[in-house]
Design a protein around this ligand. Structure first.
Ligand code: AMP
Ligand code: MG
Length: 333
């Protein structure tokens, strides 16, 4: 899978620990690359506890994937909920579901984590193909986040055939959990990248690139100078297939079950919370530039919208931190 964000500062190729000198103080640096949550992940940490912390993060992320978020992992809480049509959940998943529900509500349903049945029809990760209208309508009858009733300990499904799919929020939620686990560790700075979602730690400013969907792997259309935040990108180029000359991608309009076609190729959100950045990148992609910018502002987040024609829209708080690096793209607002 291709990454929407390129952490230029993290050239992690293998497990590696080195000693760097910051302000005259010897600092340990540790790097890891690993595969989790269906994507390539990487991290770089600096500070005294960096090697130990770097060893623990891959296992933590995999545990979140297989224990909580992945509906494909038979033993996960999400899979169990889908199998039983609701049931008890951990406090951690309850919190993620409740934050997700709120963003679904505020986005007018653009984010809907009950689209599992529709995603299954498209089968983007397996044998992708265009479903028939009848199949889509049948699956849409069992979607709708309002069919989920949440408490701090359980989820009740109005419709037992609803299929919870946390693909739009899982990586961001995992970044929040990683940040929490790193609290109290002696770290100076860090960058943790889970596919299209990145966590920046510490006071250091990093350069983060927004992928050029028309370019080669690693090519950016813009760079941003950022510190101490989470950044997520949703892009129509991340997962797609072609059938009869038409291109179909994985970000779906919950109203129709069809891939969103609104002229956008990617939306990047900068937020304090990983879950919020991940959820909003998907929701703002569905809503489009105008509504999406208002939605990001409602959560106090910054956003970058990239259109197929090369137009780039940047929210005010991010404008001075963003540089368009590819002449095929231009800021239009
Ligand atoms: P992201 O890459 O974060 O935008 O998440 C995309 C993934 O979320 C897809 O692969 C689907 O599993 C799921 N998804 C697609 N469209 C939506 C939507 N409108 N709301 C919630 N989840 C979605
Ligand atoms: Mg997302």
């Amino acid at each position: 899978m291709r990454k929407g964000l390129i952490a230029l500062a993290a050239a992690a190729a293998a497990v590696l620990a080195a000693v760097l000198i910051y302000d005259g103080v010897a600092e340990k640096e540790a790097q890891q690359t690993f595969f989790a949550m269906d994507t390539v992940c990487s991290l770089t940490l600096t500070g005294r506890d960096a090697p130990a912390a770097a060893e623990e993060i891959p296992a933590q992320v995999t545990a979140l994937e297989t224990g909580l978020f992945s509906r494909q992992a038979a033993g996960s809480e999400a899979a169990q909920l889908n199998r039983d049509g609701g049931g008890a959940v951990s406090a951690q998943l309850a919190q993620v579901l409740s934050a997700t529900w709120e963003i679904s509500e505020k986005s007018g349903g653009a984010l809907d984590c009950t689209l599992g049945g529709v995603s299954d029809l498209w089968d983007f990760t397996g044998d992708p193909h265009v479903p028939s209208q009848a199949q889509l309508q049948a699956a849409l009858a069992h979607t709708g986040y309002r069919k989920l009733h949440l408490s701090e300990t359980a989820v009740a499904y109005d419709d037992p055939a609803a299929v919870l799919d946390l693909g739009a929020v899982g990586k961001g939620a995992a970044l929040d959990a990683v940040r929490e686990a790193l609290q109290g560790r002696r770290l100076r700075a860090g960058i943790v990248s889970l596919g299209g979602s990145i966590l920046l730690l510490g006071r250091r400013t990093f350069t983060v690139g927004i992928k050029d969907p028309a370019g080669n792997e690693g090519d950016c259309l813009a760079t941003m100078r950022l510190s101490d935040c989470c950044i997520s990108t949703s892009g129509s180029y991340e997962r797609f297939f072609e059938e009869n000359g038409e291109r179909y991608h994985h970000i779906l309009d919950p109203a129709t079950g069809l891939p969103v076609r609104n002229g956008l190729v990617s939306v990047t959100i900068v937020a304090q919370s990983g879950l919020v950045s991940d959820a909003l990148s998907t929701a703002c992609f569905v809503r489009g530039v105008e509504d999406g910018a208002a939605l990001a502002a409602a959560f106090g987040c910054e956003a970058v919208f990239v259109a197929e024609n090369g137009d780039v829209t940047v929210t005010d708080g991010l404008r001075a931190k963003l540089t368009v690096t590819n002449p095929d793209y231009r800021i239009v607002n």
